[in-house]
Design a protein around this ligand. Structure first.
Ligand code: SF4
Length: 354
């Protein structure tokens, strides 16, 4: 089976959910209520940088964490809490469960998925891998537990480059999935030829290179920060290419006053918190060929809100379950990545992840 002959499923991108507006008083009351329920249930909140600012603030205020996907899972493992409440998308809840099988992992909406995960169905991916048995299978964290179970290595954007360089030095042929833009970026930097699964992130794919050039001309002193899930012509204009954690670090540490940011706009909460005096500008998603399916805000991440988190904590629903045999296989490539990061002295937190 060749890449060209792959018939990927059509991805149905949901509309952005519209949550009822809250007054400040209502918001504070809801946050207080949720905080009390978390405590009563021995639960801890772990939220991704792409979720709503209220959720990120609440996670911080209640002793939880706001992080990239891998740090979310690692944070969960270090907690005594019996329940992990994962605000993010489905593969993040699954990874948390894979690494913490004894804990209860729940999410505000189990329908919150990801175009990379959706665009890489396990059966099709398995057939593709089986057709290339001489290749080492490397998958991005944004995949289902079943896809991880079929892989040899899981990587995040922060550790992909050294792992690919290491595998190439061992003479391995590499099959990469599912994000073709990140895969293409890794190929260009390392010079390693890889067989790329043709998936993409609907949010990052929308950033437009011509419109970005225009904005750069309007803000000539601004640094351009780009997540590597973006298209090549956008990446080529970046001063910094990196994961969510790396981009936040760049805002905090670079001398520039202005930053044009090509990733999900919800990351501005953390960037502004780390560097309140910096000016953040959303990279353009409008322009020639624009569809603005997401407008730089992931619709699946948007399915997490105070409203459904509050309800979740009154129910027994939305728990993540993973078939034990799948979990047993999926934990191997994840652990391989974690061990590699320790051996190589690569701080996962500092380098950043998906
Ligand atoms: S921003 Fe893109 S990669 Fe991240 S969860 Fe949404 S669709 Fe997936």
């Amino acid at each position: 089976m060749s890449v060209q002959s792959l018939k990927l499923p059509t991805i149905l991108v949901p509309d952005h959910p519209h949550w009822p507006q809250l007054s400040d008083v209502e918001r504070d009351a809801m946050k207080q209520r949720i905080a009390e329920k978390l405590k009563a249930q021995n639960a801890v909140l772990v939220a991704h940088y792409y979720t709503d600012a209220d959720l990120q603030a609440l996670a911080e205020e209640t002793g939880g964490c706001v992080a990239d996907s891998l740090e979310m899972a690692k944070f969960g493992a270090a907690q005594e809490a019996e329940t992990l409440v994962v605000c993010g998308v489905r593969f993040m809840g699954e990874t948390a469960k894979i690494l913490n099988p004894e804990k209860r992992v729940i999410m505000p909406d189990l329908g919150a998925t990801c175009s990379l995960d959706e665009g890489c169905p396990a059966d099709l991916f398995t057939d593709f891998c089986d057709d290339h048995p001489d290749h080492t299978v490397v998958v991005y964290a944004n995949t289902s537990a079943e896809v991880k179970a079929r892989s040899d290595w899981v990587v995040t954007s922060g550790i992909a480059l050294p792992i690919i360089e290491y595998l190439a030095s061992e003479g391995k042929k590499i099959l990469w999935g599912p994000d073709r833009h990140l895969g293409n970026y890794v190929q260009r930097i390392t010079g390693v030829d890889m067989l790329l699964w043709p998936g993409s992130c609907v949010v990052h794919e929308e950033f437009k290179s011509v419109a970005l050039e225009r904005i750069r001309r309007l803000h000539p002193d601004a640094a351009v920060l780009v997540h590597p899930e973006s298209p090549e012509h956008v990446i080529d204009q970046a001063d910094v290419v990196g994961s969510t954690t790396a981009l936040i670090k760049a805002v905090a540490e670079m001398k520039n006053k202005e930053f044009i940011v090509a990733t999900d706009g919800s990351i501005f909460y953390k960037m502004q918190q780390m560097a309140p005096d910096k000016v953040l500008i959303e990279a353009p998603t409008a322009g020639e060929g624009a569809t603005c399916v997401s407008c730089a805000h992931c619709p699946w991440m948007g399915m997490n809100a105070l409203h459904n988190l509050d309800k979740l904590l009154d129910s027994d629903e939305n728990e993540i379950h993973i078939d034990p045999a799948t979990r047993e296989r999926a934990v191997i490539p994840i652990q391989r990545m974690l061990d590699f990061s320790v051996q190589q002295g690569i701080g996962m937190k500092g380098k950043g992840n998906a």
